[in-house]
Design a protein around this ligand. Structure first.
Ligand SMILES: NC(=O)c1ccc[n+]([C@@H]2O[C@H](COP(=O)([O-])OP(=O)(O)OC[C@H]3O[C@@H](n4cnc5c(N)ncnc54)[C@H](OP(=O)(O)O)[C@@H]3O)[C@@H](O)[C@H]2O)c1
Length: 231
């Protein structure tokens, strides 16, 4: 059986990853900030015969990540999916920057994935697939950006892409495949109802691409449909 750990599994794309890996029979460590309120996630876990377990995790908090590591020990993780993320401040532009919100975005979107890497890199390296995935955003592509706003979210996703590149260089010799993904513009609480694609299509596409990743893909940045995105 393959193991996957998913952060931000309470709703949106993260919850959809849980649904789809569950349907494929994976062992899932589904992490969320407030398990007591994650009704849909708890329902999936309840009907999984213990294959899907729900774990409290706030990626902003050292103690929360450390507690999860202590709980899970050396369990191999074929796929670690850093999915949890926040917008911080929508449409942040010169003249109206909320610096507290910017700080929160950096803590969750940049330091959160790194905290998870520090705690669980050995678990990924000990697995058979060794895939370390962060859900970033095309909005973090410096090469593509023509925008003059959304500096809070864009800069956090550009920064986490650099984190992932360094992690790829660091862990590649252990066979780890570290990849950033753009999930598309997805109809979730974050993406809104006017977005292009469903969470089902996004998670399905990313899962398909993850399944085909090989060592040559370490350190890449992909769209949910597999397209390579420029940094
Ligand atoms: N939707 C899009 O169009 C889009 C586009 C590009 C990239 N993305 C990225 O895709 C990922 C998932 O987005 P989404 O659309 O599914 O967003 P969402 O519907 O807003 O869900 C965000 C998830 O992240 C969790 N989360 C937030 N802060 C957390 C923290 N400190 N610790 C643990 N969990 C935390 C939330 O938990 P709670 O329920 O506890 O709040 C929730 O489960 C994010 O990284 C986002 O930046 C989304």
């Amino acid at each position: 059986m393959q193991n996957v750990m998913i952060t931000g599994a309470s709703r949106g794309i993260g919850l959809e990853f849980v649904r789809q890996y569950d349907a494929d029979g994976w062992r899932i460590f589904a992490c969320c900030r407030t398990p007591g309120q994650a009704d849909e996630l708890n329902d999936i876990a309840a009907s999984s015969n213990g294959r899907v377990t729900v774990h409290q995790l706030d990626v902003d908090q050292d103690a929360s990540v450390a507690a999860l590591k202590a709980e899970l020990g050396d369990v191999p993780l074929d796929v670690l999916l850093n999915n949890a993320g926040i917008m911080g401040q929508r449409n942040a532009a010169r003249g109206g920057i909320d610096y507290d919100a910017w700080g929160e975005a950096m803590v969750t979107n940049v330091m959160g994935p790194m905290r998870m890497v520090e705690a669980f890199a050995d678990n990924v390296a000990a697995s058979s697939q060794k895939k370390l995935i962060t859900i970033s955003s095309r909005m973090g592509s410096i090469g593509e950006t023509k925008a003059d706003n959304s500096i809070v979210y864009r800069s956090s996703k550009a920064a986490v892409n650099m984190v992932m590149k360094i992690v790829a260089n660091d862990l590649g010799s252990q066979g780890v495949i570290a990849t950033s993904f753009h999930p598309g513009w997805v109809r979730t609480d974050m993406g809104g109802s006017a977005a292009d694609i469903s969470a089902e299509e996004s998670a399905g596409g990313i899962r398909h691409v993850i399944a085909g990743l090989s060592a040559a893909d370490n350190g890449g940045f992909r769209n949910y449909d597999g397209e390579i995105i420029q940094w």
